[in-house]
Ligand binder design. Structure first.
Ligand code: PLP
Length: 365
């Protein structure tokens, strides 16, 4: 039943929806949206301010519509990370990887088209499917949230989607998919004429080989990336697509002109030039993750094996909502991801992790 006024011609299939978003609660320790808890290194803050000063007088003009300098820098970053040779034609940049995902849906989804994703996974994939009129099909994961390649291939062959989504490391489980399985799924996707979109928002926290290594031999494989997590740059909103140049051209067909502001481009260019400094928190986050996993297990609960900056845990005797509330009462906001019996916590600073562990010890008693 909808509460929309009768004069508002909202599309019928959207009328049951409410705006997406995790609860925003002030004055609590925020361990709920998989952000990087470390603020930008002072040195980079200063360089960004100086760069913004350089562009501010020119803000009367539209920004570079194709963000060529930023994309070239991103290509350099991904080339260095992968040991391969990507250029500006292999990269598209947007306001967060959510916009990248929406751009792909706009280009290759829509009415009469199907998108398939292996769930539970990032809940924004089905949401964008819905808002773009794309039929969404839930593919399966095993009980431990890994992917059964045989099942996945059967699902692709049965549904014949135009888009297949695979998130690795996966959100909310934190588990990653080995490149051998991604390759098998990519082959099956190619055979039915689908693009395989590998959502690699958390790639820098993982030791698995990235799907960008497949693009050269499989042009229908796409990697969706973000600066929101390992780069600690969520507030700026920069995501990017790594893909075959023809896929990038397709994304360009549906992008809005001048979508990426001059301020965003300027700040992101500096961040990429300083990527080592920007990512200096990764090691601490990985040790923080290990500490939290041990703490959760020591308390008698179960933590999934995570390759990201968050952990999905289970094994508590009350409901997820009750345990979520117990943490909130102690000033800690974690995420109820809608999977009964599970909750997700983002790795924080040393102090935040200690606060979480202290609360956990009380709650798990
Ligand atoms: C798997 C996954 N993909 C994409 C995103 C979107 O990130 P952003 O739009 O900040 O780049 C997130 C954010 O949490 C995510 O978990």
């Amino acid at each position: 039943m909808s509460n929309w006024p009768s004069w508002l011609p909202l599309r019928e299939e959207l009328q049951s929806l409410t705006p997406y978003g995790a609860p925003q609660i002030g004055d609590v320790t925020q361990l709920n949206t998989n952000e990087n808890p470390f603020s930008l290194p002072k040195e980079v803050q200063e360089k960004i301010l100086a760069q913004i000063k350089n562009v501010v007088a020119g803000l009367n003009r539209y920004p570079d519509r194709d963000a060529v300098r930023l994309r070239s820098k991103l290509a350099g970053y991904i080339s260095a990370q992968s040991g391969l040779n990507f250029s500006v034609e292999n990269i598209w940049a947007a306001n967060g990887s959510n916009e990248i995902l929406q751009t792909i849906f706009l280009a290759c989804g829509g009415t009469g088209r199907t998108a398939l994703g292996f769930t539970p996974s990032y809940s924004v994939h089905p949401l964008i499917a819905r808002t773009t009129g794309t039929r969404w099909v839930e593919g399966s994961r095993k009980k431990d949230f890994s992917i059964n390649a045989v099942e996945a291939i059967k699902e692709i062959q049965r549904e014949k989607p135009s888009l297949v989504f695979l998130t690795t490391p996966n959100n909310p489980s934190g588990t990653s998919t080995p490149i051998s399985i991604i390759t098998q799924i990519a082959q099956a996707a190619g055979e039915v004429g689908a693009l395989l979109v590998v959502d690699e928002a958390y790639a820098e926290f993982s030791l698995e080989k990235s799907a960008v290594t497949l693009i050269g031999s499989m042009p229908h494989v796409l990697s969706s990336r973000t600066m929101s997590k390992a780069f600690a740059f969520a507030g700026v909103r920069v995501g990017y697509l790594v893909a075959d140049p023809r896929v990038i051209d397709a994304a360009l067909v549906t992008r809005l002109p001048y979508h990426l502001s001059a301020l965003t481009q300027a700040a992101a260019e500096v961040a990429i030039d300083n990527s080592t400094l920007m990512q200096s928190g990764i090691d601490d986050l990985v040790s923080g993750r290990d500490l939290l996993v041990r703490g959760i297990e020591d308390a008698g609960w179960k933590a999934l094996d995570s390759s990201a900056n968050f952990i999905l845990f289970s094994g508590f005797s009350k409901s997820s909502a009750e345990i979520w509330n117990e943490f909130l009462k102690r000033g800690i906001l974690i995420r109820d991801v809608g999977l009964e019996g599970y909750l997700r916590v983002t790795v924080g600073t040393v102090a935040e992790n200690q606060q979480f562990l202290a609360a956990l010890q009380e709650i798990a008693q």
